[in-house]
Design a protein around this ligand. Structure first.
Ligand code: ZN
Length: 413
């Protein structure tokens, strides 16, 4: 039986807690009102308000009171999604030629925020030797959250011959640096190797095993047979450049455009398939029959770099628009661009709007009209819907506002 004194103490505690809770609930920095929220992790696909405080999601619910909100944003007619995640980019920009610390990479903030992308993963542009330079020059200075797959090649994407030097593919050093930056480095990458020796691949897998992270395969491995690659991949490993026909790998579909049995087996065991569009690696000829047979991308990696961003690819949001016009439902497109990708990179803290999650958000407009979408072979499809980022928030701060949704009305004095 509860004593009177402990009852009073319990009552006092609950009063303090209640007033603290109410006080906290009243401090809303931004209230997004009337938008249609799509949050796959939390099974929300409905008109909801989203309250943001201290850079985090405070509440997602219908009709949240605006009484104590510092700023109210009218999102009526728009879609509210977790910030998009692009798992395949090259953003180790610098002044060298090529990709690593080079001019072929791009600065993430130049492209991402205006397309609703709040997180990118750099796909092995750096390796263990130059990751600290990448962190200092790009990761620490970008508004976009920049994560990384660390290349098994010690200096990342330096081109031939240094990038393909087996002597500089060190599983232990790669794993050591991954373990040093657990909040930033989400996996290992293997990319370019033109030999027929499995050593580079096996070392990349070994680094992944030691650091307990997935392997990201950007498959420019012309002499390593597809069967062997898919056989070696573990559940959770990621295969990019999935929907193309290219000279440096076998296609996931056979000559009759049927999904190869070993691809289905890989899918079954939990290998993740990424788009990896790039300048040359996404073809409607492959993507459409793959979709018709049920092989969908787990993520819409753009393979962003200087040569893809002004071609058919443009940005990850444009890839999402392609899939929307190919018949994928909007909520499915958003799922694959957010929560599904977060699962691929094993970052369950991202890609959803749960209470307490970081307030990385995009408010999307689905424009209607006549649009054209180009693949990496110069083929075009017509479409009647196009996704556009109206507003992007990163940790609760406005980092992109296309039409001034959050700005004050100007009037002539
Ligand atoms: Zn790439």
């Amino acid at each position: 039986m509860i004593s009177p004194s402990s009852f009073i103490i319990t009552l006092l505690f609950s009063m303090i807690f209640t007033s603290f809770h109410v006080g906290r609930a009243q401090e809303i920095d931004i209230l997004l009102r009337g938008g249609h929220v799509i949050d796959a992790k939390n099974h929300i696909d409905a008109k909801m308000d989203v309250a943001i405080a201290d850079g985090k999601i405070l509440e997602v619910a219908p009709n949240i009171s605006a009484e104590n909100a510092k700023q109210v944003v009218n999102a009526t007619g728009l879609y509210v999604s977790p910030g998009l995640i692009d798992p395949h980019t090259h953003v180790f920009v610098g002044s060298n030629s090529g990709f690593a610390d080079g001019f072929s990479s791009v600065s993430p903030d130049d492209i991402t925020l205006k397309a609703g992308i709040t997180t990118v993963v750099d796909a092995g542009t750096s390796g263990w030797r130059n990751f600290p330079v990448f962190k200092k020059n790009v990761i620490d200075r970008s508004k976009t959250r920049v994560l990384s797959f660390l290349n098994i090649a010690g200096s990342g994407m330096t081109g031939f011959p240094s990038e393909e030097d087996i002597n500089d593919m060190d599983a232990r050093m790669t794993a050591l640096v991954i373990e040093q930056y657990p909040d930033i480095i989400v996996g290992v990458k293997i990319g370019h190797y033109r030999g027929d020796d499995w050593t580079p691949f096996d070392r990349a897998l070994e680094a992944g095993r030691i650091a307990d992270v997935p392997l990201f395969v950007e498959c420019h491995l012309p002499l390593l047979p597809m069967e062997g690659i898919l056989e070696r991949l573990r559940p959770g490993d990621i295969y990019s450049h999935s929907f193309c026909k290219a000279s440096d790998r076998a296609c996931l579909l056979d000559d009759d455009l049927k999904i190869r049995p070993n691809v289905l087996e890989a899918k079954e065991k939990g290998v993740r398939f990424d788009v990896g569009h790039g300048g040359a690696m996404f073809h409607f000829d492959i993507a459409v029959p793959a979709m018709e047979q049920g092989l969908f991308p787990d993520s819409f990696g753009s393979d962003l770099h200087r040569f893809s961003m002004n071609a058919g690819m443009k940005n990850m949001l444009n890839i999402m628009s392609k899939y929307l016009n190919l018949g994928m439902a909007l909520e499915d497109v958003i799922f694959r661009g957010t929560w599904s990708t977060a699962q691929s990179i094993q970052r369950n803290d991202l890609g959803h709007l749960s209470e307490g999650a970081v307030a990385d958000i995009v408010v999307l407009n689905v424009r209607t009209g006549n649009f054209g979408f180009i693949d990496a072979r110069g083929n075009k499809i017509a479409g009647d819907r196009k996704l556009e980022a109206e507003l992007t928030l990163r940790e609760g701060k406005v980092v992109w506002d296309l039409n001034g949704l959050t700005a004050k009305e100007w009037t002539k004095k």
